[in-house]
Design a protein around this ligand. Sequence first.
Ligand SMILES: *Cc1c(COP(=O)(O)O)cnc(C)c1O
Length: 401
Amino acid sequence: MYNMPDKKGHFGPYGGVFASETLIYALTELKNAYEHYRNDPEFDKEWRDELKHYVGRPSPIYWCRRLSEVTGGAQIYLKREDLNHTGAHKINNTMGQALLARRMGKKRVIAETGAGQHGVATATVAARYGMKCCVYMGAEDIERQAPNVTRMKLLGAEVRPVTTGSGTLKDALNEAMRDWVTNVDDTFYIIGTVAGPAPYPEMVRNFNAIVSEECLTQFPELTGGDPDYIVAAVGGGSNAIGAFYHYIDRPNVKLIGVEAAGLGLLSGKHCASIECGKPGVLHGNRTYLLQDKDGQITPAYSISAGLDYPGVGPEHSYLADIGRAEYVGITDDEAMDAFQKLCHIEGIIPALESSHALAYALKLAPTLPKDKKILVNLSGRGDKDLGIVTKYLKAHEGEEK
Ligand SMILES: *Cc1c(COP(=O)(O)O)cnc(C)c1O
């Protein structure tokens, strides 16, 4: 039986806790509280009730009959995380962490956000439970992601601009850590993906594992068996690990994580941490990172802001090393092509992140017979991406594919 991480939060040589003495106190308090409540049936029941009545779970699985026919080969199915309240999988986790914060008596939550999606999901649950909410966001990102800044403010959150470093996600993360250490008595830090020091990668995974838990019964109901492939986009890796988790012990189900290859894996402009990175330490854990030969973190790039992170959750590094999951790259152009196909052929506007997973399924399907089944985790809806899409289409007008 797959049983990761170990007691200290290690996934083989990855994960763990690389943190200053001052952070250890906050992390230990969190770890003890999580260990207690994860085994508390009342906590679990409250979380499931909220997922059902507030988030709208279970999300359906949908068979893309027309898209499969046009593509040829295997059948393509979508797990519709885009239909959740706030439009993505991220609320599965922020809901869980907010409930934990309440049980711990914390009155204030903080978060860091890059594209703004995790900030919105955090501001949403903070409003839902009447907690104060402060979101750290790079000054550069505040400009690029204006609609999500408006959303967070409407939901009652304070958005604090971070101007240190490059004014993006990794700088916002450092500021949030600083805030947490200073205000740990009343503050809970909600991390948005399966990264950071232990216990975050395990805790965030377990909250998102509701996705594969639902698939275990939904997929056989629909098709009579398990999927042959599960494909999901990997930024930090929370939607992917959520979709993989309950299938890790079923070797017949192949697991594929799709990293953003940006302008191409050879261009240097991508965020394929597993395919092109090397192990190192960032944000409190050991994992594959994009770095230069001196070990400096190199900037990540993708057309999809939610995949734009120079690292990856440590559990994915482990699954890659042991060969249980395979990691592949999809470029901006391939993702945009898949995005348009889903719009035109199925009437679904996907997030650009999710379009990376779909694009790989569209490559894989024609290589397989008709009776094989590919389940794509459609992590979010694309309304937030319309500005980027419009710009891209304008720049590429009239081009031959
Ligand atoms: C944030 C986001 C992602 C990437 O984050 P993961 O932790 O890798 O899941 C993917 N899809 C959507 C829709 C997102 O908002």
